[in-house]
Design a protein around this ligand. Sequence first.
Ligand code: SF4
Length: 447
Amino acid sequence: MALTGLDIYKRLPKTNCRECGVPTCLAFAMRVAAGQATMDGCPRLSDEARAELGEASAPPQRLVKMGPEQNPIEVGQETVLFRHDEKFHHPTAVALRVSDAQDGNAIREACTAFKALGFPRVGQVLTAQMIALDNESDSVEKFTAAAEIIAKELAVPMVLMSRKLDSLAAAATGPLTGARPVLYCTADASVDDLAVLAEKAAALLCVAGSLESVAERVEALAAKGIKNVLISPGDAPASATLEFMTRTRRATLKKKFRPLGYPVLAVAAAQDATAAALDACAYVCKYAAVVVCNAWEPYLLLPILTTRQNIYTDPQKPVQVEAKVYDIGEVGPASPLLVTTNFSLSYYAVESEVEASRIPCRILAVDTEGTSVLTSWASDKLNPKTITAALKAAGMENEVKHRKLVIPGLVAVMAAPLAEESGWEVLVGPKEASGIGPFLKSEWKVA
Ligand code: SF4
């Protein structure tokens, strides 16, 4: 039975030392009881109390680590249903499917294509992180050979999918030894057979089926000591997959129903490629820890990765870049100096327009706690004093000869007081980032 906050509090050191990141032991106990923190967060907990609290205080959803030690992925241990309550913690791992029915050269080409699939977006490079190898050939040898090629070429975490336990065992104990693949048997397999496979291969299991059968089998596996498990609705339509994931998350977090407290693997297998990519986006939004899909085309993969990036940001914190001066291109003492804020979208909008103009520039991203130009101006975070302080902190008086600043047109009203505060000449740039290129090409030259 789940412990209450008071049960947990009674066993804490009660020093209110704050090392766990919250002000009191009671607040920490309440967070643990709500599944928002684990006992590991209290470094002062005695071994005796830790053992006493044991499994009962474990987070409702298990944390699962997949892949080789040098390139692991963690999924699970999510604590909320809705990201406005608290951020989601472990982003969905996107696994691109490879069929072992192809020859070795085609699999090598797929590996090359996988490496090339990266999309820069607001300061991150978005990529798929896993390969799902499908034993479509039904051949143990072909499956093992394909796994060997992928392991050598990519060394990324893998999902092995086969209806044959022999194929899974051969690949996991052969070329993927020590690589902690996820073993997903797509046919019915007994708990005993799955337990033998997991132990032999030292790998994770994916247990697929209806909610009831998954809960039953996961409990039986846990009784045998096998807890590194993902669960899945299997080859189900999108509506059933979404229902499985939603009911699982609710049962885990609201009812503390531990047999379903495992990360979910979802397969986006619709025949139509666009429909499958759309399904994958929905799975990312609704709690999938791993999504297996065929989105090898950039136009299919990018929406999935963009959805993931947006869902796994912290909605309570604006996405920020570091507040500093960025050199775009080969800048010199005569290069323009543009002012913006450290709100990611503002910064990257300016950066991409500067790059497109091919005119080397410096961009001063002022610390406005990640708020946009107008918001930060309205809240007095972007003002003559903060800009002048940022200029000084970056040592711009030694780097820039012309002593001219370009401010966003949206805050033109700040031009005169900023000139007075900083001693720099202030030029009013365009209101929209899209006007930066034309501004630099015309106004800057005559300025
Ligand atoms: S670290 Fe432990 S002892 Fe310190 S306040 Fe948190 S729960 Fe209490």
